[in-house]
Design a protein around this ligand. Structure first.
Ligand code: 5RP
Length: 294
């Protein structure tokens, strides 16, 4: 039996030694096929190696959550500021203009609503439909430590296999149960399992202690999840820290669409992600743009 993280010898993550990326700008992607690299290059800006992904898929288990009541009115205009959009096929087909050429990260898992055990998900989209929708990536939740852990991991490996068949990368989202400890040890475990089992990118949460060890020990790019709405300066600071500590971008929802000035917030996040703008300066930009939005 391998040890379950109880070795007495200290772990070495070499956090300050960047992973080499021979022949292609993204971590862990050198050996992928052309189509997959091309799709990843639509999601991640090849000049910076980073992305601002806009998550608006909450309705797949929460219904019309605050800020997403009328996606046609309040959300579609924001999509033009994002590098990629993460959403369900239902919203994509019904509400997003096909002339919008932003890369689509397609939500492919579902099943339980907020009224039930969330880890009890199944795959909820056929790969053929993802292809029809011109998905740049496919995505699902992985519930490490959750009640239906094995099912969600198996969902992921099946989705990865389907994606591999057609050159579509899979983004695994590490979903944390209410009672789980959100620490570096947990996220290292969850992210690494997703990458080891084939996900080409992983979305996970920022934590103040040890985030660098999570990005260092995950051989594929990590994008930071936004989480519940916090003050704008705090959200910009969190994104800044995640980027500086090795994240290859963000995938944010509520901290953008629940902001007082979502367009301003999106633009400020862009500066943090692609130009390493410091949080205070980005917040100043947010305030300036917010006043112009009025
Ligand atoms: C659900 C998801 C959501 O897309 C995403 O995390 C929600 O975005 P945010 O937390 O930034 O509102 O993957 O777990």
């Amino acid at each position: 039996m391998p040890d379950i993280d109880v070795a007495t010898q200290a772990k070495k993550f070499y956090e300050d030694v960047p992973t080499e990326t021979p022949g292609f700008f993204l971590k862990g992607a050198s050996a992928l096929d052309w189509g997959m690299k091309n799709r990843l290059s639509r999601i991640f800006n090849p000049k910076t190696g980073r992305t601002v992904m806009f998550a608006i898929d909450h309705g797949y288990f929460q219904g019309p959550t605050t800020g997403l009541e009328r996606i046609d009115l309040t959300i579609v205009p924001l999509m033009y500021y994002a590098d990629a959009i993460m959403l369900t096929r239902g919203i994509l087909r019904t509400t997003v203009p096909p002339a919008l050429t932003k890369p689509v990260v397609l939500r492919c898992s579902g099943g339980p609503s907020v009224l039930k055990e969330l880890s009890n998900e199944e795959l909820a989209v056929d790969i053929e439909d993802a292809i029809r929708l011109n998905a740049a990536a496919i995505t699902l939740q992985v519930f490490i430590g959750g009640e239906f852990e094995t099912r969600s991991v198996h969902n992921m490996t099946r989705l990865v296999d389907m994606g591999m068949r057609y050159g579509i990368p899979t983004m695994a989202v590490t979903a944390v149960g209410k009672d789980m400890v959100r620490d570096a040890r947990y996220f290292r475990l969850a992210c690494r399992i997703c990458a080891e089992l084939g996900a080409q990118l992983v979305k996970t949460y920022y934590i103040p202690e040890g985030f660098k060890t999570i990005t260092a020990s995950c051989p594929v790019p990590i994008v930071m999840a936004g989480g519940k709405k916090i003050a704008e300066l705090d959200a910009l600071t969190m994104a800044y820290k995640a980027i500086q500590e090795g994240a290859s971008g963000v995938d944010m929802g509520r901290n953008i669409f629940q902001s007082d000035a979502p367009e301003a917030m999106m633009q400020a996040i862009h500066k943090v992600v692609h130009e390493d703008m410091k949080p205070a300066e980005a917040y100043e930009l947010y305030e300036t743009l917010k006043n112009q939005e009025k």
